[in-house]
Ligand binder design. Sequence first.
Ligand SMILES: [Zn+2]
Length: 161
Amino acid sequence: MQCEICGNDIKGSPVRVTVEGTVLDVCGKCARYGRPADKWSPVSRKMAPVERVIVTRRPRRDVFDKLQDEIVPDYARIIKQARESHGLTVEELASRIMEKSALIRKIEREELVPEDTVRKKLETELNIKLTEKISMHDQRGGGFIRETTLGDVAIIRKKSK
Ligand SMILES: [Zn+2]
């Protein structure tokens, strides 16, 4: 009797195992490659379907997901400061993003939370970030980014002749 995996002679009785659905008579060393199958028909030993459903998704997580991309609480201040630092009036900013100046005023007075489309236009126009990703790993919030990019470019151009 030879082991069907390694081909060595089996001393004593072979071990019957299933390897990927095939029943093999193997030596003691190779038995670990398969699962025990001490009956002729592997079908009869078919394992019951795993019905365990691991529920890891808690309702709290759904709320958590929705909080991602939430607008920052001080959006009004950020917009106003960014607009002023760009030297824009409310009217100028409004016309740049093709919205009514009344809308911008309301947003800056925190009377209105900008909807996504308006928010994105403001972010692009003013180079600001008005949402914060609430993440366990990322503690960095929004704020001003790339504020002085244009100025920096101008200085570099002047210096290099
Ligand atoms: Zn073997």
